[in-house]
Design a protein around this ligand. Structure first.
Ligand code: GLC
Ligand code: GLC
Length: 662
């Protein structure tokens, strides 16, 4: 958009840019800057316009953008342009992701590169490498307490290794996702060190207070994120003689985005990693970017403005790069991290679908899909050019962040229901085969979350212990069904490393004093490659899960109805055990897919009448795309075995014939 004030300012700034910058060929940069400048200026003005140095900061920002553009390798600029042409590329069903710790998966970046064929064997073509930036040895929160945003932890490798990995992945048609921990730094970061040395300019990078007056006001309304290990949201720093805001762990200092220097630094870091070859940048803890007394300091409007500004700036330099929002917040809030526009994502193109994840686990424990159906019904529609990251497990705990109104709508009491889920997954509930651990227990509020490996939560560990073949089989079926849900829901499925082999809880973290108090380490396993070999031996648990998952991934990639064009319709089937939704094919109705999962331990029936006159299954045989089988149908009702799912579609063999299912 053209607007006089920002245009005049842009002209001014261009006059002030250093001659070195002006010498470069910046044609594409200037077209994009022109297109986004009105938005950039108004957002920056909204956040920092009251400051005397506003214009100087604006010049500084523009210079950084120009420099980042100059630094962007030619190959990546070409990729940007290709993606501009094909702007829906990331909505395609071909993408399948895996998140992994580089060290536990393969030792280091070099090892990871050598294991890319393993990922490709499974069908994974997007890899989120968990944080590998330099961080303190002990107090690192699994890499989320960064002490240098531009250096790789020497144990993982070097920046050069990242560039190398990115290039190899590009040649293999794989996407690289890297983290930028935008909300906080380690207390050992240089900025924090300078702040501790008394440098006021760097104290201004954080929220520092000489006494408890302001911190106490904040505490009135701020929840605790890690109540067991890091109660409260402020930490006294002896060297500085001040309280500093530490929402997560005590050694993670929250960055102060009211200071434009912080914004510019962090944006520059995002662009730095984009220029090393990251296709996707995962922005950590984005809900927390703005703090305001009297609020819970999450999802504030300014947090959204900061993300919009980051996106607008990134589009100028590296428009092919996508953002993932890690905002584990209520459904009505998470949707806003796509940005509030009619079509395109103005903040992050991709967001973690924590709602779906937690609802799936609810279905597992309750053996019905009541809350799952209710919760998905309440999930607001998202923008056209934005997509979900769907996952069953990740490196974090499972938070039971359902909407209380949804829980009540299912005739459960919210407190009692959450209590039941905790008991179920920690194995305290009579008859539960789950082996999870509580996480984030807060006696003051009664809140708790759950840690545990997928296979251990789903009952595989218990089944193996008791050598109960039937239970082993059931657990494997359930594990595959959960994956089938994230593969077909709409969005990019993200598998947690190890789950493709049915990896169980790893209790070794208890022997490490840096980890022992954080139960999330129980589901961050070290991959045992000898065990992974068993995926080639018919009948092993590893083979059944790996091959099963591999097959589902292949089918997903072959099923255009699974691309995410907001083409999902939840179907009310009047059977509380079933979760049923239709994935509509954009042009060929016969290629639409009806997804149905039975969370019960008994077979359940899906009455095809519920499809009404949607025209699906009018001709020919109904086939389950996942198995290639024709499912059992009786009286126009499909029988879904316990814990099983189907991807139902029309069989394509020869000319279409009128079949019995009209
Ligand atoms: C994010 C990460 C989590 C980390 C937290 C603080 O939520 O996923 O692992 O503990 O941020 O950085
Ligand atoms: C995240 C979330 C919280 C999650 C935690 C990591 O930012 O807000 O729900 O459990 O950090 O454990």
């Amino acid at each position: 958009m053209y607007e006089q004030v920002s245009h005049a300012l842009l002209n001014d700034i261009l006059d002030e840019l250093s001659t070195e910058i002006c010498r470069e060929d910046l044609r594409h940069f200037f077209t994009r800057l022109g297109a986004n400048f009105y938005a950039i200026h108004s957002l920056f003005h909204h956040l920092y316009g009251h400051r005397e140095d506003f214009k100087a900061q604006m010049v500084h920002l523009t210079e950084r953008l120009a420099q980042a553009y100059i630094d962007r390798p030619a190959q990546l600029c070409q990729l940007d342009m290709a993606r501009e042409e094909d702007h829906d590329w990331f909505l395609d069903q071909q993408w399948v992701g895996m998140a992994l710790y580089c060290d536990s998966f393969a030792g280091n970046l070099h090892g990871l590169q050598q294991h890319l064929p393993y990922l490709q064997e499974l069908g994974v073509n997007m890899v989120h490498v968990m944080p590998i930036l330099r961080c303190p040895r002990g107090a690192s929160d699994g890499g989320y307490a960064v002490s240098d945003f531009r250096a790789i932890d020497p144990r993982a490798g070097s920046v050069e290794d990242v560039r190398d990995l990115a290039e190899t992945m590009r040649l293999r048609g794989m996407l690289l996702t890297l983290d930028v921990v935008v909300n906080h730094t380690s207390n050992e970061h240089e900025w924090a060190q300078r702040a501790r040395d008394g440098d006021r300019a760097y104290q201004d990078y954080y929220y520092c207070f000489p006494n408890r007056a302001i911190p106490d006001m904040f505490e009135e309304t701020m929840p605790e994120i890690f109540p067991e290990t890091a109660p409260g949201n402020f930490t006294w720093d002896e060297a500085m003689g001040k309280w500093v805001m530490t929402v997560f762990n005590r050694y993670q200092w929250d960055l102060n985005y009211a200071n434009p220097a912080v914004f510019i630094e962090m944006l520059d870091i995002i662009l730095f990693w984009a220029n090393q070859g990251a296709d996707i940048v995962r922005l950590d803890a984005v809900a927390f970017l703005w703090k305001k007394i009297g609020t819970n300091c999450q999802n504030e409007r300014e947090a959204h403005l900061i993300l919009q500004l980051m996106k607008d700036c990134c589009q100028v330099v590296a428009p092919g790069v996508l953002f993932i929002a890690e905002a584990i917040v209520a459904p009505s809030e998470v949707i806003k991290y796509f940005g509030e526009d009619a079509v395109i994502a103005k903040e992050c193109e991709i967001a973690y679908n924590a709602t779906f994840m937690a609802l799936l686990w609810d279905a597992v424990a309750t053996k019905n899909a009541k809350l799952l159906n209710q919760g998905i019904k309440s999930l607001p529609n998202k923008l056209d050019r934005a997509t979900w990251l769907n996952y069953v497990r990740c490196h974090d705990d499972i938070g039971l962040g359902f909407d209380d109104a949804d829980i009540r709508a299912c005739d459960y009491d919210p407190y009692a229901h959450r209590r039941f889920l905790i008991d179920w997954f920690t194995g305290a509930f009579e008859g539960s085969p789950s082996h999870g651990r509580p996480f984030g227990v807060n006696p003051k509020t009664g809140d708790a979350r759950i840690s545990g490996a997928l296979a251990s939560l789903a009952g595989l560990e218990t089944a193996l212990e008791t050598e109960d073949e039937r239970a082993i089989s059931d657990a494997i079926t359930l594990i595959l069904t959960l994956h089938a849900m994230i593969l077909s829901f709409g969005g990019i499925p993200l598998i947690w490393y190890g789950d493709e082999l049915g990896t169980l809880n790893d209790r070794s973290f208890l022997n490490d004093s840096d980890k022992a108090s954080d139960t999330r380490w129980i589901h961050r396993p070290r991959i045992n490659w000898a065990r992974a070999e068993r995926r080639h031996t018919h009948g092993t648990v590893e083979q059944r899960i790996f091959e099963g998952l591999k097959h589902l991934i292949a089918v997903r990639k072959d099923t255009p109805a699974f691309a995410d064009f907001n083409n999902r319709e939840l179907i009310d089937v009047a059977n509380p055990h079933l979760f049923t939704f239709l994935r509509l094919h954009s042009t060929l109705q016969a290629d639409s897919v009806l997804v149905v999962a039975n969370f019960d331990v008994n077979p359940q029936y899906l009455d095809l009448e519920v499809l009404g006159n949607r025209g699906l299954f009018r001709y020919g045989q109904i086939i389950d795309l996942a198995s290639g089988d024709l499912p059992a149908i009786f009286n126009n009702r499909v029988v879904i075995p316990p814990n099983h799912f189907y991807w139902l579609s029309n069989q394509h063999t020869g000319p279409l014939q009128e079949g019995p299912f009209r």
